[in-house]
Design a protein around this ligand. Structure first.
Ligand code: ZN
Length: 473
């Protein structure tokens, strides 16, 4: 047990509105050598905030105004993929909700943002329970306030001791190609699929729709056509209509207050199944259940990470458009396709790899656009990368590269090896294609052209097809 008071200075209304991050002298208790700390869950209970973590991390805190929030950075800590980019509803101790994300990858920093309800100063005491692997943040000096708020909605994993209904608080994309439904307490649900309308419905009993429901913004190219929430008596019905070629499958539940739905591009996998004969959506494991080989397509960057950019054009947008064309072509060729992202969202490298690993993909292709500084604007062309000493990856890279050069006429900058994370950490044959230089004016104008993107996509697909046909057993 380590008992240390932190935040007395930093987490206080008296401090400047934006205070610099500062160390709090907590000694990090690292787990067995070489292992990194991992934050696995964030909950609230009668004692305070409970962080499930395999060691006591160094913490830095700061308080920021407009809106009023406290930022808590856990040093040398990874966040579990299951709670990355998640929002934990709290409504207690002056905290409305906690947002959890991997703030930085190298070195790893997990960031918790406590969105505050009130301007009252919040001080916490932290203690680490080594036996149970729990870090407790206990509010101090709040006994009066806490009594007064005890009749307000209280969220806790065991909180069945009040009569307020459970609310559906929001839907959001979590950066794993999943649509996540968040509730204020543990929920159960039934699901059904209307194949004729490609609409997946969830019925969540004993809930109501929050008046402050959060909804995702659906991009123009979103695989989701419409999301509808309806109060049907005592239950909330969530209906998600997908565009054709896409399917929803349920992910393993790790959080009783949330339901994660995986969006998957499935080609013609449902062909031949008469409508309405399946009441339950079957999880799609790509090549496993459909007998089709699965290709994971990874459009680089996304969200605030725009990638290479010039003249207001972003790599993230070019590669997403190109990737979707690539996916459609691969589907027409008979492959199952999974994208690491289908929206303009922030996504770490690790979950991109994890998706491909979990799905046991047959091949992985990451799509990027290159750049150099202005003095090198004459440089143009395509580079295709594989991981060092990955012979299958090299083979895949060569086949794809040949196709690209032959069909686009782009300058041949060669097949290369490099230690890019997404191709070195994937266990299946994996390549990264730099499809051209955004810093070269004439190549940039081709890269934003959907016809050229289509030619690039066809070429990549043909290379992948050649490769997978030659290795199919
Ligand atoms: Zn890139």
């Amino acid at each position: 047990m380590v008992g240390t008071c932190f935040g007395t200075q930093a987490i206080n209304a008296q401090v400047p509105l934006v205070s610099p991050l500062r160390d709090n002298d907590l000694q990090a208790q690292l787990p067995s050598s070489g292992q990194q700390l991992q934050l696995r869950n964030v909950q609230v209970n009668a004692d305070g905030f409970v962080l499930q973590i395999n060691g006591s991390p160094q913490m830095r805190t700061s308080r920021v105004a407009n809106p009023d929030r406290i930022i808590l950075d856990l040093q040398a800590t990874e966040v579990s993929p299951y709670i990355h980019n998640s929002v934990v509803p709290i409504n207690r101790y002056g905290v409305r909700q906690i947002r959890v994300a991997q703030f930085q990858k190298y070195p790893a920093i997990t960031r918790l943002v406590f969105d505050l309800d009130s301007t009252s100063p919040v001080n916490w005491q932290s203690s680490y329970d080594q036996t149970r692997g729990l870090l407790l943040l206990r509010p101090v000096g709040l006994s009066v306030t806490e009594k007064n708020t005890s009749s307000l909605p209280v969220t806790s994993s065991s909180g069945s001791n009040n009569s307020l209904p459970t609310t559906i608080n929001g839907l959001s994309f979590n950066g794993y190609g999943q649509l996540v439904i968040d509730a204020s307490r543990a929920i159960t649900y039934r699901s059904s699929l209307d194949l004729a309308n490609n609409t997946y419905s969830l019925t969540i009993p004993a809930t109501r729709i929050s008046s402050q429901l959060r909804r995702p913004v659906l991009g123009a190219n979103s695989p989701i056509e419409q999301i509808r929430l309806t109060q049907v008596g005592d239950a909330v019905v969530v209906s998600v209509k997908m565009i054709s070629g896409w399917q929803i499958s349920e992910s393993v539940r790790t959080n009783p207050q949330a339901i994660a739905l995986q969006l998957t591009s499935v080609g013609q996998v449902n062909a031949g199944i008469p409508p309405n004969t399946r009441s339950q959506v079957q999880p799609n494991y790509g090549n496993v259940t459909s007998g089709r080989q699965l290709v994971v397509i990874d459009p680089g960057h996304g969200g605030p990470d725009v990638g290479a950019t010039r003249n207001g054009v972003y790599e993230k947008d070019i590669v997403l458009a190109m990737s979707k064309q690539l996916g459609r072509i691969l589907q027409q060729m008979g492959y199952s396709v999974m994208y690491t992202r289908t929206e303009d969202i922030d996504l770490d490298l690790e979950p991109r790899v994890q998706m491909a690993e979990n799905a046991r993909a047959s091949a992985f292709v990451s799509v990027h656009v290159n750049s150099l500084d202005a003095s090198s604007s004459q440089v143009n062309g395509v580079e295709t990368y594989h991981a060092p000493s990955a012979s299958l990856g090299k083979n895949l890279a060569e086949l794809v590269h040949q196709q690209i050069i032959a069909s686009t006429g782009a300058n041949d900058r060669g097949v290369r090896s490099a230690r890019f994370y997404v191709i070195t950490k994937t266990s299946m044959p994996a390549i990264l294609v730099e499809t051209g230089f955004i810093t070269n004016p004439s190549e940039a104008s081709r890269l934003v052209d959907s016809n050229y993107q289509g030619r690039m996509a066809v070429a990549i697909a043909q290379g992948i097809d050649q490769f997978l046909k030659s290795y199919r057993r």
